[in-house]
Design a protein. Sequence first.
Length: 147
Amino acid sequence: MTSQEIAEAVLAGMLAHDRASKSLGMDVLSIGPGSATVAMTVREDMLNGFEICHGGLITSLADSCFAFACNSYNELTVASGFSIDIVAPSRLGDRLKAVAKEVSLAGRTGVYDITITNQADELIAVFRGRSYRIKGKPVVALHGPDE
């Protein structure tokens, strides 16, 4: 299997069990080795008392995107930490897009940057995730011509 096919298989396996991302209406727009793009539309039940999207839900979007990107090599990977800076509000009906890019992958640890923008391509937040790979544990069983 190619690295792209592996990333797609891992995504399918993860999505089959990811109740959190599904419940928030997230759509995976793309996946690749060390990268992912995920979108979410801000619903009424996502608004806080100031009529803007709750910061925790923006964080959830970024965290899901981070998880898809760092697990794309089919090695079970978990977050070891992250930070987020919310730089602008998002409002009801906004279509938020999170784009994850691998910054560093060395041994069992990785660093990923995720940017979140709205439908006007305005920056909403920046997220940096740190990952840790669990040795010898695949995310999904792969069945390709060479397996």
